[in-house]
Structures are given as C-alpha cells and as structure tokens.
Design a protein around this ligand. Structure first.
Ligand code: 4NP
Length: 173
C-alpha cells in the first residue's frame, strides 16, 4: 500500500479537502486497495474536531464527502507514509523540522513536497516565478466561498497530476 499524508496548519480546511478529493479519485480509478491517504495538522489548534463547515460544504458541492477528524502530525508518520504534502511554505518548513527529529530516532521513508509542485497550471510559468508564495495553496480560512472553491480547484488539479505520477512511479496500472 502506498500511503500519502496531506498536511496544513489546522487540518480543518486545506488538508482534509485534499484528502477527500484524493480518496474520491482513488475510488473512481479503482486504486483504493493500492493507495491510501490521510491528513494532519502542524498545529494543535483543532485536534479531534471535524473539518470547518465551509470545507464540508464546498466538498459536498463538488461531490466530495469529508468526514475526517483533525489530528496533529507525529514522528511515526515519517516512517508510515511514503509521501507527505505540505500546503504552504510554513507547513513545509515545520514538516522538514519534524522530519529531522524523526530521523534522530530512526530512518524515515517519507518524501516531502509542496503540493503545488504538482500543479500543471504552473508547468511553464512557475519555473520563472520569483514569488515564493506562488508555490502555496492559499489558506481559505479567512476567506469566503470563492476562496474555498479556488482551494478545491487547486487541490484537485494537483491531486490528478500526482496520482498520474504515482501510478507510473509505482507501476500500479
Ligand atoms: P488550514 O486552515 O490550515 O487549511 O486547516 C486553518 C485552520 C485554522 C486556523 C488557521 C488556518 N487557525 O488559525 O485556527
């Protein structure tokens, strides 16, 4: 089983949405017995809580059910998961710092990426971008429905590309 973990600050907006979208894609492509995903936070702000109401609503509107309860990333995750995706630069920095700690305890296997490294919208442009925030999934927490829909669209684009990559890399089809 290939295991993927999506990580954001609170695990109530971006990462549970990414997990829900990815799991739906896995089911549609009959890959859910070969690949699994989960999500987690870097902070301890919302541990045990359901996703934000707006996250659940935008998921529903786009045919994705979100039932995840927030949890914080822990050191074992770096041994358990093959891929860990951070939503923004701050998450990435925090995840890399935790990876270092995990490696002090034992070998880790997780490859860590910013999820927008798989955004095909940027195939040409991002290479030239000097703007670091272009690599981030903007946090919709302080936004409205428009920001949540943009977040959904971005995550869906990235997940479709990442799944294509996974199928090839792990020879799954
Ligand atoms: P997320 O969004 O990291 O995408 O889940 C946020 C959720 C909660 C907070 C910030 C961002 N917060 O400050 O509580």
């Amino acid at each position: 089983m290939v295991k993927v973990l999506f990580v954001c600050l609170g695990n109530i907006c971006r990462s549970p949405l990414a997990e829900g979208i990815f799991n739906k894609l896995l089911k549609e492509k009959n890959l859910d017995s070969k690949i699994a995903s989960d999500s987690a936070s870097t902070s301890n702000y919302h541990i045990g809580q359901t996703a934000d109401k707006r996250t659940i609503k935008i998921g529903k509107k786009n045919g994705v059910e979100i039932t995840h309860l927030a949890r914080q990333i822990h050191l074992d995750d770096f041994q358990e998961f093959d891929y860990i995706f951070a939503m923004d630069n701050e998450n990435f920095k925090n995840v890399k710092a935790l990876e270092k700690k995990a490696q002090e305890v034992s070998d880790t296997k997780a490859k860590i990426y910013l999820i927008r490294e798989f955004d095909n919208l940027y195939d040409d442009e991002i290479d030239d971008s000097e703007n670091d925030s272009a690599w981030e999934v903007p946090d919709p927490y302080y936004g409205g429905e428009l920001e949540f829909q943009e977040c959904f669209d971005t995550l869906e684009r990235c997940n479709i590309e990442f799944l294509k990559y996974l199928v090839k890399a792990h020879k799954l089809q």
